[in-house]
Design a protein around this ligand. Structure first.
Ligand SMILES: Nc1ncnc2c1ncn2[C@@H]1O[C@H](COP(=O)(O)OP(=O)(O)OP(=O)(O)O)[C@@H](O)[C@H]1O
Length: 300
């Protein structure tokens, strides 16, 4: 749950140092067994919000309230129970997929855990991410061809899964993938919810199929929320509060049009107008009411 999250950094304005908002009044909640998307134009604050939620932001001043299961997260909690998958692969090209996961297990799981148990954890991750078929293939690099782009994304997710996180943050899990492979990766991610994991992913322009896999969506413009709610109905709502700077022509899917529309409106200087319209909407009031109930119930 996040309540009134704001992040400011120092910036220069006419030689004066001011506080600039990267995030402002960001409210929302994410539930287990749910896959939530974070969308918005480039530079709208998606990675920044993901970093704040995952406790990885060490620049600027963060304000507001952040709770996991009703409690403010400690550093240990975040390290033990959350996993973060960065946009760019952090894999060692000389290892095979299985070796990479085993290396991570040795590095991140308890020193006292027997090797057989670490091996079992690696096998489980290989199975969950449908990586068993390529477990003995070298990861590779620009010079030596190894596993495919989709397999590399899944291996990267596997690294985060090795410690059994309860909350998984994914930054652009489909970037650089063709739509078939992107859909395949997101189908595998969706299946991870069965264990009760909460998954939150930034995503740029998802295919219609990929968008349909998301349960909830939070959409940002200029570091402010313009939609928070179920992904079904998101497009209609966001389109209703966004100035009509372009038409939905044939060939667009809803999610793609939504991002293009908001980006175009923002480029025309109407970003704050859209965020104001969300804040004045009945949806925002309902969300605030729900958030209050969450806060009250966890404080009792
Ligand atoms: N330390 C900083 N000081 C000033 N501005 C910053 C700092 N860090 C990030 N920004 C700005 O904050 C904004 C949000 O950046 P962020 O990376 O979160 O955007 P994004 O929505 O993830 O973008 P993209 O889709 O292009 O990855 C950008 O305009 C960026 O330039």
């Amino acid at each position: 749950m996040s309540n009134s999250i704001a992040l400011t950094v120092s910036a220069k304005d006419d030689e004066k140092t001011i506080r600039a908002y990267l995030l402002k009044s960001v409210n929302g909640w994410f539930e287990k067994h749910q896959l939530s998307a974070l969308m918005g134009p480039s530079g709208s604050g998606k990675t920044t919000l993901l970093d704040v939620l995952a406790g990885r932001k060490n620049q600027g001043v963060t304000e507001g309230e952040l709770a996991f299961g009703g409690q403010a997260p400690s550093r240990q909690f975040l390290r033990r129970y959350t996993g973060y998958v960065e946009q760019f692969d952090t894999l060692l090209g000389i290892l095979t997929v299985e070796e990479m996961l085993m290396y991570t297990a040795e590095l991140k799981r308890s020193l006292n855990e027997p090797i057989s148990s670490k091996r079992a954890a690696v096998e489980m991750v290989l199975k969950k991410l449908a990586l068993d078929q390529c477990k003995d293939v070298i990861i590779g690099n620009q010079m030596t061809k190894g596993i495919s782009g989709g397999q590399a994304k899944r291996t990267n997710i596997g690294i985060a899964l090795i410690t059994n996180p309860r909350v998984l943050f994914l930054d652009e899990p489909t970037s650089g993938l063709d739509s078939y492979t992107a859909n395949e990766v997101m189908t595998v991610v969706k299946a991870l919810l069965q264990d009760g994991t909460t998954i939150f992913a930034t995503i740029h322009s998802p295919s219609q199929y990929c968008f349909s896999l998301f349960d909830r969506l939070i959409m940002l413009v200029r570091g402010r929320v313009l939609y928070f709610g179920p992904s079904v109905g998101a497009a209609a709502f966001a389109i209703s509060i966004t100035p009509k700077v372009k038409e939905m022509s044939a060939g667009y899917n809803e999610a793609e049009f939504l991002v293009d529309l908001v980006t175009e409106a923002d480029r025309q200087g109407k970003g704050s107008e859209i965020a104001d319209a969300y804040e004045a909407s009945s949806l925002c009031k309902e969300n605030q009411g729900q958030l209050l109930m969450y806060t009250d119930s966890t404080q009792k």
